[in-house]
Design a protein around this ligand. Structure first.
Ligand code: COA
Length: 709
């Protein structure tokens, strides 16, 4: 039975290490070494039939020989020896959690080894043992000094972030990097779950959500199989705690590497990007950014807005920080009030630069410790300011520690985030420690302090966004209407495409507005329809075998007279007979020719991992050349659709920039929402293409529709 809690993994009262060894080159040695060196809070029982003692403690020949209770076992024997270890554990009856270090299971995709994993899991489930792994390095917890990994060199520095890594080696290196910084970045818990035979990433995320020591969840991700469920869980967590993810596979080359590494698909990156945003996940680009963001967010309050000030003691670092902020669209440089500027001039030495650039104050190297702190107080006190990046290269006549103490006192008096960079190596070590002890994050370099502030703002925006959008990613099953089934089922049975009139009919049912059109079976009918709709009209061939109508000469436009309609009719039929002789022509669609307008494309598809996904972009040449498109996982709300539109680079064209017609944005957003609904409610649909969509000031019309089932 699945236990809701992973406490048996993170808080075991005792641990047995099966496969312990006195050979320092073996994993089983290092695991015991780590547990002893870190002073794990409970007893450790090494298991090896050849040894009586290991690292100064008693060693047992097998699990049965351990006289005390064993809550967790770490299994570090080769894959084929693992089932026997589980049988022994099952016999004991007290083992509740097992970390399987060994690789050589389902990740190899070899049937015999896939079977081996299943066998181990079956024994475990029967015995009520939860499993992390195989092919993993397990868990760490700084609270009880637990470390099941065979990685040497990870210091256990307590902190507010908890980590999940989809790579054991990288995950361990990240923690070495983090804990070996001049001022270490601490952590609460850490996990690498390998093949996820039992405990998976989602369960660890949920455990971290409920863990009072975890203030921020940081994750290294390669890909995820149960993407939809992941998003739902992440969305629920993000409302309470930040989830920060370094997701690799941004390039096509990177995506290929990720797929072969974990066996899970990396997925199309633009869809991940969109989905993360919907769930409220903060996505970062580098390991350093992951750690810095998690550190800052777990230590500082979120800003109430995005108006930031750089308060520096030296020009160079100040400019670097300003660059970082200036390149971030989320940030606005704060406009200090005249009163604040006056006060700063009073406080600071005469050479200080207070009003050259908005959001920038250079105190100059003449400022002393008190002036540093008072300038910061004055800026934080300004209601126009939401956060401060504070930089200093303390000159030798200052006492850095005193500077840190005074600064910490000021920061603690406000509920606004401050990130600090003191640049001067060992000289500022004590000052940084003072600040960190008081919950103020410090960084080695000005760009890191500035980027951490950007991520505080981004997190604040995401919290706001998740609250406002209230979008639900869960898909409720709807009943498919009889008329839709009457189109889809014959198409499916005969493995044929849905024709344009059929696609129009399906989407019309969801409220998608089209330019008026009717099917004509002969020239006379075509002329009658054209008269009814009004010239000019467009003629298009309708055949289940012809998907790309223009390619076979199946479209004629600008038909502004009866004569032109008749000759276009014969021309299209003749073209189709020559180019696609086997195609069954059901007739020609006579459509009113839409007026010129802004051309867009709205579409949707069923992504392998995320399921229904909608897309909007600028149409015509723009879609190919600029790839100016935006994605979301469906279903989406009207607000979300509006946000998709705002993301387009050419969005200003829709709002009337440069004399363009101001578009009916609400109608456009509504069409995206409806395409999403169609995809969600009709699981048979693989792809929808509304191309082109013409947008005007008063309405938006789809001119063509393609549905692939
Ligand atoms: N009970 C107790 N001890 C056992 C045992 C059993 N059933 N079977 C073997 N042992 C002992 C061995 O005798 C050996 O001790 P010794 O050094 O005194 O001889 C020790 O356990 C380890 O077994 P060994 O066969 O030497 O294996 P190993 O240490 O070389 O390798 C693994 C074991 C699990 C590390 C290896 O098989 C493996 O899978 N490596 C890859 C791990 C990995 O990459 N994991 C994912 C990380 S992201």
């Amino acid at each position: 039975m699945k236990s809701k809690s992973l406490d048996h993994f993170f808080y075991p009262k005792s641990i047995a290490v099966v496969g312990a060894s006195e050979d320092p080159g073996k994993a089983g040695y290092q695991i015991v070494r780590n547990l002893l060196d870190l002073q794990f809070s409970g007893p450790v029982y090494p298991v090896n039939p050849k040894l009586d003692e290991l690292c100064g403690i008693k060693c047992f020949p097998d699990l049965a020989a351990i006289p005390e209770a064993v809550e967790q076992m770490v299994v570090s024997v080769p894959a084929f020896a693992v089932p026997q270890v589980f049988e022994q554990a099952a016999k004991r009856g007290d083992v509740k959690a097992a970390v399987i270090i060994a690789s050589g299971f389902s990740e190899t995709k070899e049937p015999e080894r896939v079977q081996l994993e299943k066998k181990v899991l079956a024994i475990a489930q029967e015995a009520g043992i939860r499993v992390i792994g195989p092919n993993c390095i397990g868990v760490m917890n700084t609270k009880n000094h637990l470390d099941t990994t065979f990685a040497a060199g990870i210091r256990q520095v307590p902190g507010g972030m908890s980590v999940i890594s989809q790579s054991g080696a990288l995950g361990a290196s990240i923690m070495m990097f983090a804990t070996n910084q001049a001022v270490p970045i601490g952590f609460a818990k850490w996990a690498h779950v390998g093949n996820q035979a039992d405990v998976d990433v989602l369960e660890v995320m949920e455990y971290y959500r409920d863990d009072p020591d975890t203030k921020a969840i940081a994750m290294y991700m390669e890909g995820i199989n149960n993407a939809r469920q992941f998003l739902e869980v992440a969305q629920s967590i993000c409302q309470e705690k930040p989830v920060i993810i370094l997701k690799v596979g941004r390039s096509e080359v990177g995506q290929g590497a990720a797929a072969s590494h974990t066996g899970s698909l990396a997925g199309s990156d633009s869809i991940y990007q969109a989905a993360f945003k919907q769930a409220g996940i903060l996505r970062v680009d580098t390991v350093e950014e992951l750690l810095d963001a998690a550190k800052a967010i777990s230590m500082q309050p979120l800003p109430q807005g995005n108006r930031i000030v750089v308060l520096t003691e030296a020009g160079g670092p100040g400019i670097i920080a300003m660059d970082e902020l200036g390149l971030s669209p989320e940030i606005t440089l704060a406009k200090l009030s005249p009163k604040t500027k006056e006060k700063l001039k009073e406080i600071l030495p005469p050479m200080a630069i207070v009003d050259h650039t908005e959001g920038y104050v250079d105190m100059s190297a003449a400022a002393d410790e008190k002036q540093h702190a008072e300038a910061l107080r004055c800026i934080l006190d300004d209601p126009e300011v939401d956060g401060v990046v504070h930089l200093s290269v303390p000159p030798t006549f200052l006492q850095p520690k005193k500077m840190g103490e005074l600064t910490a006192e000021v920061v603690s008096a406000f509920n606004k985030p401050v990130t600090v960079c003191y640049l001067a190596g060992d000289w500022v070590q004590a000052a940084r420690e003072v600040l960190e002890e008081r919950g103020i994050p410090t960084f080695d370099m000005p760009e890191r302090a500035a980027q951490a502030m950007v991520n505080l703002v981004r997190r604040a925006n995401l919290v706001q966004r998740v609250k406002e959008q209230k979008s639900t990613l869960s898909v409720t099953k709807a009943k498919i209407s009889e008329s839709v089934l009457n189109i889809i089922q014959p198409a499916q049975t005969n493995q044929r495409a849905v024709t344009e009139p059929e696609a129009r009919s399906i989407l019309h049912g969801f409220g998608v507005p089209f330019v008026p059109a009717e099917l004509a079976h002969n020239q006379n009918e075509a002329v009658d329809i054209a008269k009814k709709l009004g010239y000019p009209v467009v003629l298009k061939v309708v055949s289940p075998q012809i998907i790309h109508k223009s390619d076979v000469g199946g479209v004629e436009v600008n038909l502004d007279s009866e004569q032109k309609v008749r000759s276009a009719f014969s021309k299209i039929v003749a073209n189709a007979e020559v180019n696609m002789p086997q195609a069954e022509i059901q007739g020609l669609l006579v459509s009113k020719q839409a007026d010129a307008g802004t051309e867009l494309i709205i579409g949707g598809m069923r992504d392998l991992q995320f399921g229904p996904v909608v897309m909007v972009g600028f149409g015509g040449i723009f879609v190919e050349v600029l790839k100016d498109v935006s994605f979301r996982v469906a279903p989406i709300s009207e607000k979300e659709a509006q946000a998709m539109l705002r993301e387009l680079k050419l969005y200003p064209l829709l709002t009337g920039a440069r004399g363009q017609e101001k578009i009916d944005i609400d109608a456009l957003a509504d069409m995206i929402v409806k395409v999403g609904q169609a995809l969600v409610e009709i699981p048979h649909i693989k792809e929808i293409d509304l191309n082109p969509v013409r947008a005007y000031s008063q309405e938006v019309l789809a001119l063509d529709a393609r549905i692939i089932i």
